[in-house]
Design a protein around this ligand. Structure first.
Ligand code: AMP
Length: 147
């Protein structure tokens, strides 16, 4: 089997749907398992690491919201709940960690997303390639997110 477990990293913005569609079609064609992963970034990380207040409640809300958004996002794909993963931390690190722990042999990301609109390859996509534990496909997104 070429690939048996595909991990698709989704930032849950609209553009990412075509990345997930691509990964789904690939997994079906290969008769592989598909896992969707969204990484919730710590607020302190998003705001530069120095926010002088207790963020734990906000972060729990952020996590709960991500879970709901993931369920809505994944509604079309008919995947068992354990194939929908939410992690907390740095996207590159979490994408690598989950793909190693779950024995994924292919990671699919979008060429850009929230951080990479002006770049050829977004920062996360670029990051994920470096030191990846398995093969990585970056699905190229058009200027307006349409392939
Ligand atoms: P970016 O580097 O933000 O432009 O994103 C490029 C790609 O990385 C996106 O299309 C997603 O596939 C993936 N990605 C970015 N942020 C996340 C995240 N928080 N969780 C999961 N995947 C992500």
């Amino acid at each position: 089997m070429l690939y048996s477990h595909v991990l698709v990293a989704v930032d849950l913005i609209d553009e990412c749907r075509s990345v997930a569609d691509h990964a789904m079609a690939l997994a079906k064609a290969l008769d592989a398992k598909l896992t969707l992963l969204h990484v919730v970034e710590p607020l302190a990380m998003a705001y530069g690491g120095d926010v002088p207040m207790d963020l734990s409640m906000l972060q729990q809300q952020q996590f709960d919201q991500a879970r709901e958004r993931m369920k809505a996002f994944a509604g079309d794909y008919d995947l068992p709940e354990e194939h929908l993963q939410i992690a907390f931390g740095h996207p590159r690190h979490e994408i690598h960690r989950v793909s190693t722990e779950q024995n994924c042999d292919l990671i699919v990301v979008g060429s850009h997303g929230r951080h990479g609109l002006a770049l050829l390859l977004g920062s996360t996509a670029n990051d994920v390639l470096h030191g990846a534990p398995c093969d990585v496909i970056a699905v190229r997104l058009g200027k307006k997110g349409k392939k």
